[in-house]
Write a protein that binds this ligand. Structure first.
Ligand code: MTE
Length: 363
């Protein structure tokens, strides 16, 4: 077994902070990702938290400030389950790095995305107990882990608008696929914000603050923002660029993996598509000639409105080299953009361009 209980074949970008994604075939295994194959994205060391002394503070624009123990959270609030896909804003960054260099960021492939069945208390129920006051517009989360490479070094945090926080799907989660939340995924309790970039699903959450403005935390105000292509990220000021929230419609090819030569002829392609906040995947197309002709894929039933779906299509692969292309459409009728070049941004976020995979076939 690898670090933090992960599979030996994870692609590990760093041991501390621990950053790792599963190879394609693991993501193809089923609608839920096993705990040992679930990607992990960390900005600092995993904090050592004693669940018995852990408390969650709920403060800010509330009638009653709360300080809740783990036992109170799990006993006094009804447990809800949500199957939700978690996707890092840096998923598929490698495709942007092929266009132009991205400094100081890991070249995540298609695996900075995974799906679990999360269980916990709806944040809305906890906020109802604290009674949100008029004028509130955002809910901020704070965690104790320290990112040493931020300037200055800072703890992790972020926020979501109050309307999303009050939607039933946002959880203060203590279980993942029926197991207690593993340390690397935020034990004892983390936020799960279905449909939004992974960064807003704050792990090891200790404080929930209701406020008028978005969080001033580095990871909300300065990071996880799409800067214009000509911006130097080192010179970007707070609030420059577009703050990322809802996830963008995306697709990847999982099988074949592109790692070894294939036999020519009929071949089943499979992959995932994920539509993000409040949207559903409506159609997936695959092409063997870079989009001149498309074949519609069959879609698996998604496990929930907040989860990815897997798709499959059978095509006849010719001898030699072929680039397989895949793209999705969502329930608003929007399709993925064709080129990564048009999306390139200095921090390499939100690459949702068409998936492309080069394969070689032999007769
Ligand atoms: N929460 C804390 N406290 N610290 C972090 O570094 N990383 C965020 C988010 N929550 C992070 C965090 C990012 S960028 C992502 S993509 C997800 O956690 C990854 O969650 P996972 O490690 O459980 O897959």
């Amino acid at each position: 077994m690898g670090l933090w209980g992960k599979r030996e074949d994870m692609l590990v970008y760093g041991r501390e902070p621990f950053n790792a994604e599963a190879p394609r075939h693991v993501l193809a295994e089923g609608p839920l990702t096993s705990l040992d194959g679930f990607f992990s994205r960390n900005h600092g060391a995993v904090p050592d938290i004693d669940a018995r002394s852990w408390r969650l503070t709920v403060d800010g624009l509330v009638e009653r400030t709360l300080s809740i123990s783990l036992e109170q959270l799990t006993r006094q609030f009804a447990q809800h389950e949500v199957t939700a896909t978690l996707q890092c804003a840096g998923n598929r960054r490698a495709g942007l790095a092929e266009v132009a260099e991205i400094r100081g960021e890991d070249p995540w492939g298609p695996g900075a995305i995974s799906t679990a069945r999360w269980a916990g208390a709806p944040l809305a129920d906890v906020l109802a107990a604290a009674k949100v006051l008029a004028g509130a517009a955002h809910v901020a989360f704070e965690a104790p882990d320290v990112c040493e490479t931020a300037e200055p070094p800072t703890t992790f945090g972020g926020s979501i608008p109050l309307a999303k926080a009050l939607s039933g799907e946002v959880l203060l989660a203590w279980q993942m696929n029926g197991e207690p939340l593993p340390a690397v995924h935020g034990a004892p309790v983390r936020v799960i914000v279905p449909g939004w970039i992974g960064a807003r699903s704050v792990k090891w959450v200790e404080r929930v603050t209701v406020q008028t403005e978005p969080s001033a935390n580095f990871f909300q105000a300065r990071s996880y923002r799409v800067l214009p292509p000509d911006f130097d990220p080192d010179l970007a000021g707070p609030l420059d660029g577009i703050s990322l929230g809802p996830a963008a419609l995306t697709t990847e090819i999982l099988s074949p993996t592109g790692m070894s030569p294939l036999s020519c002829g009929p071949t089943e392609l499979s992959g995932y598509s994920f539509a993000g906040d409040g949207r559903q995947v409506a159609r997936v197309d695959v092409s063997l000639d870079d989009g001149r002709h498309w074949v519609q894929a069959d879609l698996d039933e998604p496990q929930s409105p907040w989860a990815w779906l897997h798709w499959r299509a059978t095509v006849t692969l010719p001898s030699g080299e072929t680039v397989i292309t895949a793209r999705a459409w969502d329930s608003t009728g929007a399709a993925q953009p064709e080129s990564a070049a048009a999306l390139w941004n200095p921090k390499g976020y939100a690459n949702n361009s068409w998936a492309r995979l080069r394969v070689t076939c032999r007769d």
